[in-house]
Ligand binder design. Structure first.
Ligand SMILES: [Zn+2]
Length: 305
């Protein structure tokens, strides 16, 4: 098969791009800095430079037939960015897939970066019921159900970071209090338990109004398990994959979350669910973007005879 696709993962600091062959094997990858302060036009230029580099790596008469771009923010079915994308200035309102399609001449799709990571983890495992949680400064989520990405209205599904786990808890930038991001995001996790804020159980929590206090890894795992408990009741994935920088730095997080789920979820569903570490690491986003680009293509006409 001679058709190649490009998968791009746009981060606040780095743009990662991979060239994938017809069997989804990565054949070339590149990384450049994201000009995140310079506005959408500068980012588009950088995206197109990456695509040109990948095109030079396509062998013989083959071609790139699709481009997938994963980006932070909420991205609707038309590939338009809406809602806040905190790391990239002026990104809101960008018609990402449309701009890349018209500038490159190659059909392009765009979606939320964590959704695409979920898609990749699902396809590489051959699993049709999977949820992915990315633990970074923020907490993102993606759900694959029935083999398809659950995008929801305007791509807003699976925004796991803003599930409230402590009623009246720590204030969050989203306007709520007690979001899981405020207890298990990279910024609040302490390296040891000193100075930890005490958080009660759900029914006793009055929380704290202080936003500067930290959380131990154990408490972060418990709060994350609480959010996952809701997720299990609603989406019933077969596997919950936990990835992102916090999970890479603290591999014990997987076991801690698994144990904490004991008290935070509907036992019958939990017993049928596995909690696993991400397998694709930093490549998950671009791999998923490439898969989305390939799957968006119309099927080839059946060969005659
Ligand atoms: Zn929030």
């Amino acid at each position: 098969m001679s058709d190649y696709v490009a998968g791009l993962d746009l981060g606040g600091s780095l743009l990662k791009a991979g060239l994938y062959d017809g069997r989804n094997n990565l054949v070339h990858e590149t990384q450049v800095s994201t000009p995140s302060e310079a506005g959408p036009a500068a980012i588009l230029k950088t995206i197109l430079e990456c695509v040109r580099e990948l095109q030079r790596c396509v062998p013989g008469r083959a071609a790139i037939v699709g481009i997938g771009i994963g980006s932070p923010g909420l991205i609707d079915a038309e590939g338009r960015v809406h809602g806040p994308a905190v790391n990239i200035s002026g990104w809101q309102g960008t018609s990402l897939s449309q701009m890349v399609t018209s500038e490159s001449g190659i059909p392009s799709v765009a979606g939320n970066d964590v959704n695409y990571a979920a898609l990749a983890e699902a396809r590489y495992r051959g699993c049709d019921e999977l949820a992915f949680i990315a633990l970074g400064t923020g907490i993102g989520g993606g759900i694959v159900s029935g083999g398809r990405l659950l995008t929801g209205n305007r791509g807003m599904a699976a925004e796991m970071g803003h599930v409230v786990v402590v009623p009246d808890g720590r204030p969050c930038g989203c306007g709520q209090r007690g979001c899981v991001e405020q207890y298990a995001g990279a910024r609040v996790i302490l390296e040891d338990r000193k100075g930890e804020e005490q958080i009660g159980n759900a029914d006793t929590a009055h929380g704290s109004t202080g936003s500067s206090q930290g959380t131990s890894l154990q408490t972060a795992a418990r709060m994350l398990a609480r959010a996952i408990g809701y997720l299990l009741s609603i989406a019933a994935p077969e596997v919950v994959v936990i990835g992102g920088g916090v999970a890479e730095r603290h591999p014990e997080m997987i076991q801690l979350v698994d144990s904490a789920l004991e008290n935070e979820s509907f036992p019958y569903i939990r017993n049928l669910t596995r909690i696993e570490a991400a397998r694709l690491g930093y490549r998950a986003g671009m791999a998923g973007a490439a898969i989305a680009a390939r799957e968006a293509r119309p099927p080839r006409p059946a060969a005659a005879g």
